[in-house]
Write a protein that binds this ligand. Structure first.
Ligand code: AMP
Length: 419
């Protein structure tokens, strides 16, 4: 037996209906904020992610699905969307056609992580990128959209955390201060943190190692070393959030793993998904476009994990879907009326009714049982004396009322059901 690869999963009914519900809600909210969907290829040149996300990040250094194709090109299955969206914007000169481009996506992503509850190797994200403006209103808009989607799904047990990484110059100054603080503690640090000391020092804040955490408790904080420009930007973001009634906490240790952030970073975390608590994360990345292309385009965005959000929804019983039902089940009474039954079912489907018919040569009784199992609102019965008269029976399954209608007038069924 060949099985699905570890860390991937099949999504099918009834669970897939929860995916549809979430995806429809996501699309509706993004479209209300005037975002257009963007779809990019599943794989890109490896260099895009290596340069865009940063060589020293966990994603690039140990999680990417990278392979060499038959043309000797190194390709990578996308581990995130931001670099791909910015690549598309540069390639198609979105910025030259329109100053501001607001884009959203729903897409699979691939990272070779150790699978556990809420962590997969193929997972799915929805998210957005707004390219072309430095306005803090857009930083806030990202947080508001992510918040609204999560709240509209019915989740309650979540927190919005925000921080500012400031402009690169003040971050560089701060990194020097952090280095100075950490130097005397270097020998105590975990091996991972020792590596990060040189490659990505801010990430030491993310360490789960107890000794690292003790050392970092008294570390100087970036937010205390921000320049005026960065502080003003951050204040504006906070004001917009407050005016949208979005509750948030400032978490000065929220650095996030990626190299390209400037100014705002944020995360929404939940207690309803076990150890993998981040439902979504994002921030501003004014330096990314120049990193992978030939010009600056300021940007801000976020990505949210669909599997984790659906898991949180399940654990909190956040939303409930209506029981599945169909409009009509076509019961064939006489075996030689197969053609008529399939033709009638097809006509009802063309009229826009959710219709089912028997394909398994079931008895009339078994067909009725199936209609009940499918929660069919109506049944039409083709055959018997009625058929001799050119008619069929329409039965309302709730009231058991029956009506004889002309076989040439299936539109009547539509009127009875949809009114
Ligand atoms: P990131 O791009 O790492 O900030 O991830 C954004 C969101 O995607 C996270 O908050 C998670 O909800 C989700 N996510 C990231 N990695 C995984 C994974 N391996 N499996 C499932 N969801 C993930």
């Amino acid at each position: 037996m060949i099985k699905a690869i570890t860390g991937t999963k099949d999504i099918f009914a009834p669970e897939v209906k929860r995916w549809h519900y979430l995806e429809n809600l996501v699309k509706r909210i993004f479209e209300n904020f005037n975002y257009n969907e963007i779809r990019t290829p599943v794989f890109e040149e490896t260099a895009l992610f290596a340069r865009g996300i940063g060589e020293s990040t966990d994603i690039v250094s140990k999680e990417m699905y990278t392979f060499v194709d038959r043309g000797d090109t190194s390709l990578t299955l996308k581990p995130e969307m931001t670099a791909a969206v910015v690549r598309a914007a540069l390639e198609h000169s979105f910025d030259k056609q329109q100053n501001l481009n607001k884009l959203y996506y729903i897409s699979p992503m691939f990272r070779q992580e150790r699978p556990q509850a809420g962590r997969f190797r193929q997972f799915h994200q929805f998210g957005a990128e707004a390219l072309g403006s430095e306005s803090p209103a857009l930083d806030a808009e990202m947080i508001i959209i992510a918040h609204d989607i999560i709240a509209e799904l019915g989740l309650k047990n979540f927190k919005v955390k925000i921080n500012s990484l400031g402009i690169p110059a003040s971050r560089e100054n701060y990194k020097a201060k952090l280095k100075e603080y950490l130097e005397p503690h270097f020998d105590k640090l975990s091996d991972d943190s020792k590596k990060r000391f040189n490659s990505n020092i801010l990430r030491i804040f993310d360490s789960k190692d107890e000794t690292d955490q003790k050392v970092m408790k008294d570390a100087p904080l970036l937010i205390e070393h921000l320049d005026d420009e960065s502080l003003i930007h951050f204040d504006e973001v906070k004001k917009y959030l407050m005016s949208a009634n979005v509750n948030f906490e400032i978490d000065p240790k929220l650095v996030r793993g990626l190299d390209y952030y400037t100014h705002t970073t944020f995360e929404i975390i939940s207690d309803s998904v076990g150890s993998q608590s981040a439902l979504c994360g994002g921030g501003r990345y004014n330096k990314l476009a120049a990193e992978i292309g030939d010009r600056d385009i300021p940007g801000v965005g976020f990505a949210a994990g669909i599997e984790r959000i659906l898991l949180a929804c399940e654990n909190e019983n956040a939303f409930q879907l209506e029981e599945d039902s169909i409009d009509v089940y076509v019961v064939r009474i006489d075996k030689d009326l197969n053609q008529k039954a399939y033709q009638s079912a097809y006509q009802l489907r063309k009229l826009g009714l959710l219709t089912e018919v028997d394909y398994l040569s079931r008895s009339v009784k078994a067909q009725m049982r199936e209609a009940n199992k499918l929660n069919s609102k109506y049944v039409i019965m083709i055959g018997g004396d009625e058929f001799q008269k050119g008619n069929f029976l329409l039965k309302n399954m709730k009231t058991s009322e029956q009506e004889e209608l002309s076989i040439n007038n299936l539109e009547k069924v539509y009127t009875r059901i949809r009114g």
